[in-house]
Design a protein around this ligand. Structure first.
Ligand code: NAI
Ligand code: NA
Length: 397
């Protein structure tokens, strides 16, 4: 089987297993060449298969020698379908980690369910040495079933003020379209907070605490985003911003609880804007990213997912460069938010048109990163190769 990229809007419909392997290996190489850190030994990552969760797992394993448990919602080969990028990322990570003698255990299923929490806890107790010292919470999901009530909530990427129109990049058509964001109903706002807020993070910590599998000094970090003024309407003041504020409230509750009981800590970390599966579909966001990449690359301060997470973990969480803001949030987005960066982005923002965006922004860089997420556009991967589905299906994680 030969796999070609297929896009629908800014969603990728196919993924290339050999390219995903290359994607993971390049991140591992980056960490191997970078400075190391110590502290994390037994780590649980929720949302471990792509984007920021995957990069965190790679940094922790290859930068600090940590054993990891990953939880993600991905599928391998089914019939003629080759499976998701996150599955193949996980296969590649697991093979490489085990080569180094590290434990890499994976749970593929719904992180929001009680069942997966029970299974993970049982595994920690029986086979993972009994306790974890770090939990990374990096979920991005559109739907969540509340395990207590059985009610299913769907998140909505909408405005909470007024209808917003703005330019956005369509990666399939490679053009700029007018993105529209409608105003959320009260129910949509509540649902988005249910899906993307802090409730499930707290349920994980409560379950792990009750099962007595947290170490003294246990830490937990959840990933969030704030973004600059040009995206306030769609992000900070949107339904997703409300969910992220709920996540921040939860971090403070958890920090108090964990501090008292374990001398532990809970943080929200505001990461830099990057192209991932989750962010590519947010209106306006890809165009902002394309402008930001251009400016940050010109200034020599651009970072990808792995650079962001390695810096967060090595310098801030386990190092002595903890950049906390007045709301007690970790700020690895500090370079994105620099005054000179944002004013350069703003002045370009006013000049961008559907005709000139490929020249004026780093569209090529954004597109390449997006294709790489699904294993495409690597110069050293042979995309004409005929992949054997049976051989791929036999790969276990
Ligand atoms: P992503 O889409 O690359 O990763 C999401 C992960 O969640 C995947 O591992 C997926 O398998 C997993 N997942 C989704 N639903 C699940 C479920 N029901 N059960 C188990 N696993 C499930 O997303 P990305 O961008 O890495 O986002 C992760 C976090 O980082 C989010 O909270 C996001 O808001 C935040 N973030 C993202 C930024 C960006 O620019 N992409 C910037 C700052 C923060
Ligand atoms: Na992630």
């Amino acid at each position: 089987m030969v796999i070609k990229p297929r896009l629908k809007g800014s969603l990728a419909l196919t993924a290339h297993p050999a390219g995903c392997e290359e994607f993971v290996k390049r991140q591992i190489d980056y960490v191997k060449k970078s400075d190391k850190y110590s502290g994390p030994k037994k780590v649980l990552i929720i949302g471990s298969s792509s984007g920021y969760g995957l990069a965190s797992r790679i940094s922790l394993a290859f930068g600090a020698g940590a054993d990891t448990i990953g939880v993600a919602f991905e599928k391998g080969v089914e019939g003629k379908r080759v499976g998701t990028a996150g599955w193949w990322n996980t296969v590649a990570f697991t093979e490489e980690a085990r080569k180094e003698g590290l434990i890499a255990k994976n749970f593929m299923g719904d992180a929001f369910s009680d069942e997966i929490k029970e299974n993970v806890i049982e595994y920690i107790k029986k086979e993972f040495g009994g306790k974890i010292d770090l939990l990374i919470y990096s979920l991005a999901s559109g739907v969540r079933t509340d395990p207590k009530t059985g009610i299913t909530y769907r998140s909505a990427l909408k405005s909470t003020t007024n209808e917003i129109e703005g330019p956005t990049i369509n990666l399939e058509k490679e053009n700029i379209e007018n993105g529209k964001m409608e105003v959320a109903t009260e129910e949509e706002l509540i649902s988005t907070v249910k899906v993307m807020g802090g409730e499930d993070w707290k349920l994980w910590i409560e379950a792990l605490d009750k099962a007595d599998v947290l170490t003294e000094g246990f830490k937990t970090v959840a990933y969030s985003y704030l973004g600059p003024k040009v995206t306030y309407g769609i992000y900070k003041e949107g339904t997703i911003g409300a969910a992220k504020r709920d996540l921040e409230r939860t971090s403070n509750e958890l920090n108090d609880y964990l501090g008292k009981k374990y001398h532990g800590e809970a943080y929200v970390s505001l990461s830099k804007a990057l192209m991932t599966r989750a962010s590519a579909v947010i209106p306006v966001f890809p165009l902002y990213a394309a402008l930001l990449y251009k400016i940050m690359k010109e200034k020599g301060i651009h970072e990808g997912t792995i650079e962001q997470k390695h810096r967060l973990l090595k310098d801030m969480i386990y190092g002595d460069h903890k950049e906390l803001d007045s709301d007690r949030r970790l700020r690895p987005d500090n370079w994105e938010m620099r005054e000179d960066v944002q004013s350069a982005v703003e002045s370009l923002w006013d000049k961008v048109t559907p005709e000139n965006f490929k020249e004026l922004t780093d569209y090529a860089g954004v597109r390449e990163e997006f294709m790489n997420l699904n294993g495409f556009d690597f110069d050293n991967v042979d995309y004409d190769q005929d992949l054997d589905l049976d051989e791929l299906a036999a790969k276990k994680i």
